[in-house]
Design a protein around this ligand. Structure first.
Ligand SMILES: C[C@@H](C(=O)O)C(=O)SCCNC(=O)CCNC(=O)[C@H](O)C(C)(C)COP(=O)(O)OP(=O)(O)OC[C@H]1O[C@@H](n2cnc3c(N)ncnc32)[C@H](O)[C@@H]1OP(=O)(O)O
Ligand SMILES: [Co+2]
Length: 135
């Protein structure tokens, strides 16, 4: 597996605009854009920090993964995403090594990335996202 960097840290929030006040006005980060990713039932805001990004996630539906996460655990860090150079190969390697994949095929991720999630029960308790994209 060739992990290049931490692509982003995904943070579940109830209200994107409210939380952006902390990241923008207090931390001084810039919001590089927002996007609705229908398949994940989220509205996403990206805030680059050095070589990585903070990804703020607000649910667009009551039954989405972010809504469920907040219901059970409250707001906070929901996943960490690692950048890989070939996601299909990375998924196969994970499976071969016994990791339980939530996604066995890449899905659409924000910014046109190809993404796949690994189940927290087989990663030591962290929801891990694999992400392949340019840049
Ligand atoms: C836009 C995109 C992008 O970057 O481009 C994104 O990031 S979208 C980001 C949002 N999309 C996703 O998260 C998609 C992948 N996520 C999922 O499929 C789901 O959220 C699961 C991770 C499978 C959890 O599903 P669900 O809540 O129905 O399962 P569950 O409550 O039965 O949880 C099973 C066990 O996993 C734990 N668990 C649940 N969510 C967790 C999380 N985020 N981190 C660590 N552990 C977690 C629960 O506490 C429970 O443990 P116990 O049994 O010990 O209590
Ligand atoms: Co993500």
């Amino acid at each position: 597996m060739n992990v290049k960097k931490v692509d982003h840290i995904g943070i579940a929030v109830k209200n994107l605009d409210e939380t952006l006040k902390f990241y923008q006005d207090i931390l001084g980060l810039e919001c590089a854009g927002t996007e609705v990713v229908e398949e994940q039932k989220v509205k996403v805001a990206f805030l680059p920090v050095g070589d990585t990004e903070v990804e703020l996630l607000e649910s667009t539906e009551d039954d989405g993964p972010i809504a469920k996460f907040i219901e059970k655990k409250g707001e906070g860090i929901q996943h960490i995403a690692f950048r890989v150079d070939n996601i299909e190969e990375a998924i196969e390697e994970m499976k071969t090594k016994g990791v339980r994949m939530i996604d066995e095929k890449p899905r659409y991720g924000a910014g046109g990335a190809k993404i796949a999630f690994c189940h927290p029960k087989s990663t030591g308790g962290v929801l891990v996202e694999l992400s392949e994209r340019e840049g």
